[in-house]
Ligand binder design. Structure first.
Ligand code: BGC
Length: 248
């Protein structure tokens, strides 16, 4: 079966039909730039462009970089325009797509759902935590393969700061940090998350997962196994489509 997945990020809106049996994109994805400011209206236009590119007429799953409840309601907007808060994103996207059924979920939750089913967390029991390091830090917590949605562990406090302001990959770039310097911050952050949840496995996702050979070995003192995400750039698209198949 195929369902359309869309991943809404700070820089791009990416989407493609997803083959749900294989957990892979069924066609090459289409990407448009995220408008700035990333208002609901502007983002919905971008989503329409991506979906129309394929002439898609079925259900659509979408990610959003904030808390999303009930597959619809946006509750926080840390790195996008504040006007998203309390927007019914399901109604917005469905309306803009001419009434196609839509389901919306947090971006890290979507990536986690895909990794746990098809990637680095496949067949793993116990507590598994996927963390995405990008503009912010996203989190997806699973217990025996079942997601606890909207955990927002990127906003834990680290040395008196919002953790994602200290340890995201944007923080690394903005602070011009070496891999060693950044890895020490990520290590502190992981130690804190480990103290709270004692997971069996950390899956490290986001754009930096492609460069895991530069920093994973520098992180010490974490009891849980740490592995890079496997689906990388497409995890959000695949997870969004999976969620639409389940809840749409
Ligand atoms: C948001 C999360 C999101 C993460 C990654 C954080 O700032 O609060 O909801 O998953 O960024 O995009």
């Amino acid at each position: 079966m195929q369902i359309f997945g869309v991943d809404i990020g700070g820089s791009g809106i990416k989407g493609a039909p997803v083959d749900l049996d294989k957990g892979e994109l069924a066609q090459e994805r289409c990407k448009v730039l995220t408008p700035h400011p990333a208002t609901p209206d502007g983002v919905a236009d971008g989503v329409k462009q991506v979906v129309d590119h394929f002439g898609w007429t079925g259900p659509v799953g979408l990610t959003f970089p904030g808390v999303v409840t009930g597959g619809a309601m946006v509750r926080t907007a840390a790195n996008v325009d504040e006007s998203w808060i309390d927007t019914d994103a399901r109604a917005l996207f469905s309306g803009r797509l001419g009434g196609l059924p839509a389901t919306v979920l947090n971006d890290a939750d979507a990536a986690g759902v895909a990794e746990v089913r098809f990637g680095a967390g496949r067949d793993r029991r116990g507590t598994v935590i996927l963390l995405t390091f990008g503009t912010g830090i996203g989190s997806a917590v699973f217990v025996d393969g079942v997601l606890v949605p909207n955990t927002e562990l990127g906003h834990l406090e680290l040395n008196g700061h919002d953790a994602e302001k200290r340890a995201s990959s944007k923080a690394k770039e903005d602070g011009d940090m070496t891999w060693e310097h950044w890895a020490r911050r990520v290590q502190k952050y992981l130690a804190h998350v480990e103290m709270l949840f004692s997971p069996e496995l950390f899956i490290i996702g986001g754009g930096v997962s492609r460069k895991s050979d530069k920093f994973l070995h520098l992180i010490e003192g974490i009891r849980a196994e740490m592995v890079p995400a496997q689906l990388q750039n497409n995890a959000g698209i695949v997870g969004a489509a999976m969620s639409a198949a389940e809840h749409g």
